[in-house]
Design a protein around this ligand. Sequence first.
Ligand SMILES: Nc1ncnc2c1ncn2[C@@H]1O[C@H](COP(=O)(O)OP(=O)(O)OP(=O)(O)O)[C@@H](O)[C@H]1O
Length: 652
Amino acid sequence: MNAAVDQVGNERDAHVVEEICGYVTGIPPRSFFLFAGAGSGKTRTLVEVLRRITGVVEHAAGGIYASKLRVRGQSVRVITYTKNAAKVVTSRLGENRLTEVSTIHSFCWDLVKGFDEDIREALIAKNMEELAKAKAHAQSKKRGESDTDRRKYAELEAKAEELRAIPTFRYHPDQNTYGEGALSHQEVLRVAAWLLCERPTLQRIVQDRHPLLLIDESQDTMRGVLDALFDLTTIRPGHFTLGLLGDHRQRIYPDGHVDLPSHIPPTWARPALQMNHRSRERIVRLINAIWEADIEGRTQSKIGVAQHPRSEKQGGKVRIFVGDTANTTSVKLSFEADCARSMAQITGAEAWSANQKSFKTLALEHKLGAKRGDFYNIYCGMALLDKEAATPDPNGERMGPAMVRPLLGGLLELAECVRPDGTLDEFAAVAVLRRHNALTKLPSEHAARAVRLAELYEAISRFAVLCHRTEGAQVKQVLAPILEANVLPADSRLVGAYWDERPPPPEPEREASESKEDRQRRGWHLLMNAPWAELARYRTYLGGEAPFATHQVVKGSEFKHVMVVMDDEEAGGNLFSYDKLFGAEILSKDDKDNIAAGKETTIDRTLRLLYVTCSRAEESLALVLWAKDTNSALTAINACGWFTADEVVVLP
Ligand SMILES: Nc1ncnc2c1ncn2[C@@H]1O[C@H](COP(=O)(O)OP(=O)(O)OP(=O)(O)O)[C@@H](O)[C@H]1O
């Protein structure tokens, strides 16, 4: 941070763009880490720097920098965390041939694609590393190697053999790739990181193409790639500059460096943004306090910059509601509705009222969101079929499991053609059928064609009646006329499940012991018997448009009014614990071992997650804690100093 700068008020960060331009265009240029907290306007800063150093905005040193890029056929490479973020940067930047913006997966694939020999070598090297690690681990055990260990060695050796026989590798940054030579998203990052360390030619290529690489959300960037890029700044100094933007307080994913600031080389510049342009004063004060908290079980350092709200953003409301997690889900939901009503009174904002309900609810786990959004049965069914495809991603691009086609596509589109009075908008329905290639196989002979059209009409009319009578109708019933008359192209697995009369297998005692086939049969059964009305709500959730989201998926977003639901009991899992954070549960032996070893703890992870969720709110924030032990939680909450007495509400 440039200590000479003493600006106050909303303009206190005004010098940062210029400061960064100075580092980038300096001779020699200097790498930097921009510490940019929640709502500090990272994107704006990034775009303003890019505009200057690519000659869009007049800037003496920037103009020279841009000419050099042009003459050398180079560009500035910008890496964002999501595709959406890449689109935001690109759209704000406008047409700019000197900048290339993409996700890290696209960047890494651009580097390695086509170099099949190298990819193979990298994969085999990683495989050998894993084998050596497995052997070292097994041999360190008191009883020595077990049969399981030997099986693992054999699997890894077989995998290496397989890799040797693969001629070409395939990958797509935006979708999962399957079959021989298909690389996973993780593998592409690992391969690129390995090759960047091992191949001087690749290092040269990156430096020659992109003398400057800027990485947004660097706290969550895979550390292997980041380390390889750190090294690149020291090979041929002056030829490659790295600019990291980020906030380690907002690290959500386990891939990033545990403590990014401590990895930044001492020679780097460290500018910082101190403003929070997003949230009102009360919320900014809360997130500052959260980060400064001394909580038993915290091992992460308090390094960070306290934020300042904009001068016109005084006020803001915060409440924490504490209730007993032993309540049933329906009781909890009704209390949460009371919390929203209470927020409506406190803030006077219509958004919290039962009529509008336009606040955003953030839950830790999809199941919590699914219960609150009333699509629990559908979600559980989809998750059993294919967990990854069933959950939304930060780009809102997930389509649900491929095997349920046409449930989430054509079928819901057809349902939208049913008017509120139950009649069918035939014109719109034909357009849906056309879009989904349902009319391409009509018989050419006149009479047969008429018969088939009548059949389709009959099926869709029955479907419209069933759709309209949504109360109580199950997916299987509504699907029946469409599948039986073969109206829309359907996945064979869906068709098989529809005709499958067998009862579902029982729920296993341990998830891991269940076969994929049994799991999917249970999924199909749940899905077919789920209320039809849940399907549309689930699709909205998948697209990121629902008023519910998980804590992790809202990275980079902002909402006027936010309700954070914290309920360890319902969420399951042991990576996070709001009960431990808020004193409703004592630390476990594992937690204590981690603290003693200075490792990251449940408290560290949960504190950061809370930091991220609270910092999404602009105007008002309701925290709802469903605690295992409400009395202990209340004692800890009253003692922590984050809230005033009138901000703590006990749910009866
Ligand atoms: N200089 C500024 N003046 C006024 N408003 C700003 C300024 N910079 C950013 N904002 C606004 O503040 C909000 C937060 O900005 P932005 O989303 O870029 O923050 P961020 O640093 O990416 O935050 P996070 O890391 O929390 O996602 C946005 O609504 C943005 O329009």
